[in-house]
Design a protein around this ligand. Sequence first.
Ligand SMILES: [Zn+2]
Ligand SMILES: [Zn+2]
Length: 446
Amino acid sequence: MRGMARLVACAMVVAGCAGVAVAQDAVPADAAARWWRGNLHTHTFWSDGNDFPEMVGEWYRTNGYNFLALSDHNVMSRGERWMELSEIERRSRGGALGKYLDRFGSGWVEMRINPGTGMQEVRLQAFEEYAALLEERGRFIMIPAEEITSSFERLPVHINASNLAGRIAPISGESVEDIIRRTMQAVEAHAAEHGRVVLAHLNHPNFGYGVTAEDFARVVEDRFFEVFNGHTGVNNHGDGTRAGTEEVWDIVSTIRIAELGVAPIMGIATDDSHSYHDDSPVSIPGRGWVMVRATHLTPGSILEAMRRGDFYASTGVELESVEFEPGSEGGNGRLTVVIAGEEGVSYTTRFVGTRRGVDLRSEARVDASGAEVRATRRYSDAIGEVFAEVEGTRATYTLAGDELYVRAVVMSSAAPERPTRESVVEMAWTPPVGWGRWVEGSGAGE
Ligand SMILES: [Zn+2]
Ligand SMILES: [Zn+2]
């Protein structure tokens, strides 16, 4: 009895300590919304990346990220999979296994001699294993994902789906547009069937110039696309003849609101990282990410917040807040961006959008010889107009009232930590706001 009493006393002391800890717990009872940083496009040895999933997750966990979707091509990291050591060495130029063993030890790394081939192999761990190894409550989570990878007549059509319950097979179709629509519908059906929040986004439209604005403007099932992808082969800026992704963003958003009366599309930034050994600058981690404002670090809470537009895309600029006040009845809204400015760095915020009544006619792009190019068509300059430009760390735009939407783009004077030919200054992009009044059934002001 006495022993028991002592035990209780000890337990109370422990509880007392835990009580102190509760105040600083990563998951408080009255969680306020805060910003969480994450990347939704990442590759590993499970497809064409050059490192183990644990090593990739560890890089993000230890580099300031809160969530990560490992999105290998047409595969979910499930079940038993072994990879030949010779292939591991070839792809990582000899670096991967040693680093993997150094970090996680021989007690974790599984190796064998394949009885059939006599070859040395290393096991690729499944999602449940590496997620349980790396996740930290309220600090870092892993989201099961897939890059659903298809093509139409050699034009790449890649769509990421985050928080899947299982694999979705690549879908063929009669056109690029048809593949995007069918894939988006398959993701929606999967989400409904499994009762979970799944977020799909169209990847790198200018990779291989596979996807034009017209290919997805009318696929209203698709709410997100990559305005920035950190891979150096994806032509974020276009090529002079073909439009860059920001222009595509404005064309798609304008068509959706003005012609279809539906919400605009939202732009995200991702890494699309494949290389983790400093041997290739082509697609390394840390170039593009999203900051999501949510109360809880769970897949559903994060992805729901993104669906609400409570996020921004970044290649280095950090925002303290993004606030849209819709304005009272008849009044006009106001978009305010507050930048977490760094010493010695200057910031320019552009407010970009399209006004009501814009001419939606377009013409085909042609090359130097006058031949038509399969590319996003050319539209009026009034699509994606710069309404205002503001210097400093606080920028506000008051809507005139005839804007179909407005979005903010912040450009800094600082170079990103991991620049590319196209990514030479740190930037941030907010989703479009102010479109609620033009969209049927949109209860909110945005
Ligand atoms: Zn891709
Ligand atoms: Zn990819």
